[in-house]
Design a protein around this ligand. Structure first.
Ligand code: GLN
Length: 294
């Protein structure tokens, strides 16, 4: 009994603060967050820090028994709201987009309240199981990521696109060699750019910053997933164009929701996803947020 209480207490501490829990997953790159995104987390850390002083026997716990960052009926979901139309900051200042609507729908079918945490893309995986319970972020399933987290069934097929200035003569994979290429840090676009012979890769925390440097000539091309590429190209119509990944022989990628390794939520999320697809809700969300892709 005492042990159960100790575990529960440790769980509460870990829920509130990354810093109260040791272990690998706690080495999240929280320091790289931009100001404004850290407010809630640091307040929680202060509270938990004070509690940790009086309960230091539990400080070696790394996570809750189920690797959850929150209680049974709350699902804290990390995203990076810089990836339209999947996630962006809405007019009300809150994360919105296809992924956000999808995870809220999944949450409601599981009887869970979804809370969305907006974070840097490259700190999402490391925060699973401590600061957040899950990630939905247009995240492509990769072998490396699958070594650290469990993925749900995939819900969207994607491919990278290349954004160039309207007057660019870049049209094929060979044309990207020896060029300066902008990407979002730690994304699949980043991994592809790293393999291009002679390329200089500039990695940004936000895809839109890479696009800005394309507009002002600091990079020659931006490699990013097709849907956000089309959103950006539309936003700066006439100045930049999004070239289809097929011309560059990019392979298909598949987005999935990331959960802690061994989480019993994987099956539940998969069931909810299947139901959402079967009853037409998924297609309605695609129509609402994504529309026709060119
Ligand atoms: N699909 C890409 C990846 O998983 C990009 C995701 C993103 O930038 N949100 O790496």
């Amino acid at each position: 009994m005492k042990k159960v209480i100790a575990l529960m207490l440790a769980a509460v501490l870990c829920t509130a603060a990354l810093t109260a829990c040791g272990g690998d997953a706690a080495n999240a790159d929280a320091g790289s967050q931009t100001p404004g995104e850290t407010g809630a987390a640091s307040a929680a850390q202060e509270t938990a820090g004070a509690q940790a002083e009086t309960a230091d026997t539990q400080s070696d716990a790394t996570e809750t028994p189920d690797g959850a960052a929150s209680g049974d009926n709350v699902l804290i979901v990390g995203t990076n709201a810089e990836f339209p139309p999947f996630e962006y900051v809405g007019d009300d200042g809150e994360p919105d987009g296809f992924d956000i609507a999808l995870i809220k729908e999944i949450g409601s079918r599981l009887g869970m309240e979804v809370q969305v945490e907006n974070m840097e893309f490259n700190s999402l995986i490391a925060s699973i199981g401590t600061k957040i319970d899950a990630v939905i972020a247009g995240m492509t399933v990769t072998e490396e990521r699958a070594a650290a987290v469990d993925f749900s069934d995939t819900y969207y097929e994607a491919v990278q696109s290349v954004i160039v200035r309207a007057d660019s003569d870049i049209a094929s994979a060979a044309d990207l060699e020896n060029k300066t290429i902008g990407v979002q840090l730690d994304t699949t676009g980043n991994f592809i750019a790293d393999e291009i012979p002679g390329a200089t890769v500039q990695a940004y925390n936000k895809g839109v910053d890479a696009v800005n440097d394309l507009l002002n000539g600091r990079v020659d091309a931006v490699i990013i997933d097709t849907n956000p590429a089309q959103v950006f190209a539309q936003q700066y119509e006439g100045q930049i164009v999004a070239l289809a990944g097929a011309d560059f022989e990019f392979e298909a990628e598949y987005y999935a929701i990331a959960l802690p390794k061994g989480s019993e939520l994987v099956d539940q999320v998969n069931q909810a996803l299947a139901d959402i697809k079967a009853d037409g809700t998924f297609d309605a969300l695609v129509a609402q947020y994504i529309g026709e892709t060119e």
